[in-house]
Design a protein around this ligand. Structure first.
Ligand SMILES: Nc1ncnc2c1ncn2[C@@H]1O[C@H](COP(=O)(O)OP(=O)(O)OP(=O)(O)O)[C@@H](O)[C@H]1O
Ligand SMILES: [Mg+2]
Length: 640
């Protein structure tokens, strides 16, 4: 349980940090998203431009309408046609604005969704080619959150934040230009308030972003814990840890509560503060504007609009009304940007994590020796080795595997296998036995190149396994892993996983060999029964039978069985063994088992201890030696 807690923490640690290099990440993200949509982005830009301009131009019409509405000695009658004309112009401009904003939002949504689809595709494809080492060092929670949380922050950035930022920038520029044109004095006043606003936004924003990251961290920890506890429900129940689990959850949930409360408090404080400052600004402009209008002179002197419209108090009043509308439009973009700040921080952190995964060095593809069927000899598999002069050499696939002084450790710090040498000739059954953690599974991990050795050499039919293309190498090995995994799908699909082009008959035949046929035919839908949740509706032994059938259907010259029959009763195991011996005649089999009756009839049994082969020989020879194997077999200890 504490491990689960830790898992959540470690994931949270990577989740809760900001981007290390936000500038570079943003640049890459923009390039990644928009390089495919250059034309669409041009349209977005045009529509945003139209939408921002429309708002500003429409507001500027107010000045003309107000001016017309004010009756004075110089302007004794109101010309209704001028007013109607301007109202119609305003409406048309607004409609254009609304349509444009609708258009760019739709386009951006398409771009964002398309980009995210591409990103998910790339992430998943990449994940298929990552070396196992990557999965050893990243939790499932970490990987899952790339597809969920991080993608989601990116969706918000692309579909909302970025268009809002463009629109904010353009609106800002337009409004600013109009304001300067209308009144220089009032613009200065607005800027003064603005500087004050930015100061506050910056200070609160910083706190808020920090808290948002803390919220992500707490959310990561909570999710990790829930995932861990869901997977471990049975263990929780068996050890009556429900109460403890609840308490642990409560702690994490409280942390999340506090973190999100703080994060959102700062975010929400920002809104009202900005709003109030906005009102203050409004009032200031109204008062100062009114004074300027009444006293007349100053505005007239400094305003392009007033000069253009011929001056007078009516003109100044019209200008003031438009200006008040501008002041609101001027603050909006700044508020929008400040509200999007957290989204940007989180999205960049997410994007960086995704790029990190996508950039991870993929598993290398191996050498250029390939596996071919029927090319060299009819109905026979062979290794096809290209030589320097462009010709090919064919080496029949036999299944001869040798280890020469192999040294290996999962990390450089700790050596697991110390100078292992062994050979398995075609047709031989080689067994590994030894204490838990001795390195049996590790040896099989090396044959299929899940990991690469540090020293020594492993050969396959005389070829260095590094010279063989990894896919082809693995194709030639039928493996039953120590932890069986079944996929969602029918029983038949799960068997066919061993060889995708196997016919139904071949799958059934393999199932019969694996003695799985009996239980499968008793399932409600037989071979069409759908397996769910990693085989939750099957017994442990039944899962192993399916895994064996899956390996059998692959018809490989080399079979690796890692504790493949550990959960199967000994009678069924015997039956499988007989079937398998017949099938594997002339082929190589590696068997790992703790149950020594399983390995008795092996050609050679290797006893492993602390990564070394300490004894080897067949069953009788090993018993005679009275060493470790004798102890394991008879259960005798060195007590006597
Ligand atoms: N992915 C891994 N990363 C780091 N160390 C590992 C990894 N897998 C195994 N080890 C270490 O390698 C050693 C050998 O493990 P291995 O799985 O080969 O044992 P085993 O003989 O198969 O044991 P068992 O009988 O329990 O299956 C162990 O000490 C283990 O801690
Ligand atoms: Mg093992």
């Amino acid at each position: 349980m504490s491990a689960g807690h830790m898992g959540g923490r470690s994931m949270a640690a990577s989740k809760g940090r900001g981007a290390k290099n936000p500038g570079k990440t943003l640049k890459r993200l923009l390039k990644y998203s928009f390089s495919r949509y250059k034309a669409a982005m041009a349209f977005v830009f045009v529509f945003v431009l139209l939408a921002s301009a429309a708002n500003v131009f429409a507001s500027s019409r107010l000045a003309v309408i107000i001016k017309e509405l004010i009756v004075s000695p110089e302007h004794p009658v109101i010309d209704a046609s001028v007013i109607w004309m301007n109202i119609i112009i305003m409406s048309v401009i607004y409609v254009v604005g609304v349509l444009s904003s609708f258009a760019y939002n739709i386009i951006m949504m398409y771009i964002a969704q398309g980009t995210l689809k591409k990103m998910r595709d790339e992430m998943f494809t990449k994940m298929q080619y990552l070396p196992l080492k990557y999965f050893d060092t990243h939790t499932h929670g970490d990987l899952m959150s790339l597809y969920t949380n991080d993608i989601d922050t990116m969706r918000q950035l692309l579909s909302q934040t970025i268009p809002q930022m463009i629109s904010a920038a353009l609106t800002f520029i337009f409004v600013f230009a109009f304001m300067v044109f209308y009144s220089f004095t009032l613009t200065l006043l607005i800027i003064a308030v603005l500087v004050f606003m930015i100061f506050i936004i910056k200070n609160i924003g910083k706190k808020s972003a920090k808290n948002f990251l803390a919220q992500q961290r707490a959310l990561g920890a909570l999710n990790g814990y829930v995932e861990e506890m869901t997977e471990g429900q049975k263990v929780v129940k068996v050890f009556c840890h429900e109460q403890k689990a609840k308490e642990n959850f409560k702690v994490l949930n409280d942390e999340l509560n506090v973190a999100s409360r703080d994060a959102n408090t700062y975010a929400f404080i920002l809104g009202p503060i900005n709003n109030n400052l906005g009102y203050l600004q409004y009032v200031l402009i109204a008062v100062v504007g009114f004074i300027l209008t009444v006293t007349g002179s100053e505005i007239g002197l400094l305003s392009g609009f007033v000069a253009m419209e011929g001056g007078g108090i009516a003109c100044c009043a019209g200008m003031l009304v438009s200006f008040l509308a501008f002041s609101r439009q001027f603050n909006n973009p700044i508020m929008q940007v400040s509200q999007q700040f957290n989204a940007i921080v989180m999205a960049l952190a997410g994007a960086e994590r995704i790029f990190e995964m996508v950039d991870t060095q993929p598993e290398d593809k191996g050498g250029d020796v390939t596996l071919v069927y029927g090319e060299h000899e009819k109905n026979k598999w062979a290794w096809k080795k290209p030589s320097a002069d462009g010709t090919f050499e064919y080496i029949p696939l036999m299944g001869d595997i040798r280890f020469k002084d192999v040294v290996f450790g999962y990390t450089d710090e700790k050596v697991i296998l110390k100078s292992i040498s062994l050979y398995a000739k075609p047709g031989q059954k080689i067994a590994f036995v030894g204490s838990t953690g001795a390195g049996k599974t590790t040896i099989t991990n090396l044959i299929n190149r899940f990991y690469d050795i540090q020293l020594g050499e492993i050969t396959y039919d005389g070829l260095d396994i590094k010279s063989i293309k990894k896919d082809d190498l693995r194709k030639s090995l039928g493996v039953v892993l120590q932890d069986t995994h079944l996929f969602t799908g029918t029983v038949m699909d799960n068997i066919r996983y061993g060889r995708l082009n196997a016919t139904d008959e071949e799958c059934v035949k393999a199932a019969k060999l694996a003695n799985a046929d009996f239980f499968i035919t008793h399932l409600p839908e037989g071979y069409n029964t759908v397996i769910t949740g990693d085989g939750a509706n099957l017994s442990q032994g039944q899962r192993q039978l399916l895994a064996i059938a899956r390996a059998m259907v692959s018809e490989c010259p080399v079979l690796i069985l890692d504790e493949a029959t550990s959960s199967i009763d000994t009678r069924t195991e015997k039956l499988i063994e007989q079937g398998m011996d017949k099938l594997m005649e002339g082929r190589t089999v590696f068997v790992i088992a703790h149950r020594l009756s399983t390995v008795r009839n092996s050609k050679a049994i290797m006893v492993l201890e602390h990564g070394e082969i300490i004894e080897r020989g067949d069953h009788e020879q090993l018993l005679e030696q009275k060493g470790k194997y004798y102890q394991l077999y008879t259960g005798a200890f060195e007590l006597d």
